[in-house]
Design a protein around this ligand. Structure first.
Ligand code: NI
Length: 159
């Protein structure tokens, strides 16, 4: 396993649509291992393929309940709407308000190529929407209602 460099905003790779994964092979597993390690090293909750320069429909998420690997994910149901404070490992230090569903149901494949479905609420639902958007070249800042000012961020830190 190895840490991969996280691509930051300004790099076109973040704006491209990713390719569907067709081979569930060692190369994919190495990528997923590295993405998991890179996510934990970063302190974030999710990381998508383009953020490590790979235009593949893969992402990893851990909102505190263990790592989940998503390959070729799709949202099949979403419910409700709430205002979320959101940031991205590719936009360090920047946060804004984004409207996200309260509840999301998604299907995806695991690293062995088995399909699974998963339901998530609140932060987990938000993370799935955010990471899956990355696979279509969509960054949270294109959906942001309002960016938070440095003052507001400081207040958040104190809470
Ligand atoms: Ni992101």
């Amino acid at each position: 396993m190895a840490l991969r460099k996280i691509v930051t905003e300004g790099d076109d790779v973040l704006l491209k649509k990713c390719r569907t994964v067709e081979k569930f092979d060692k190369r994919l597993w190495d990528l997923l291992d590295d993405m998991g390690e890179t996510l934990y090293d970063s302190g974030g909750v999710g990381l998508a393929g383009p953020q490590v320069g790979m235009l593949k429909r893969v992402c990893v998420i851990d909102v505190g309940d263990g790592l989940i690997e998503f390959i070729n994910p799709e949202i099949i149901l979403s419910e409700g709407e709430r205002d979320c404070v959101e940031g991205c490992l590719s936009s360090p230090g920047e946060f804004g308000i984004v409207k996200r569903p309260v509840k999301v149901k998604a299907k995806a494949f695991d690293r062995e190529g088995n399909e699974f479905t998963v339901e998530g609420e609140d932060l987990f639902a938000q993370a799935m929407c955010h990471e899956f958007d990355h696979l279509d070249g969509v960054l949270f800042k294109s959906k942001v209602v309002r960016m938070l000012s440095p003052d507001e961020l400081e207040r958040d830190d104190e809470e």
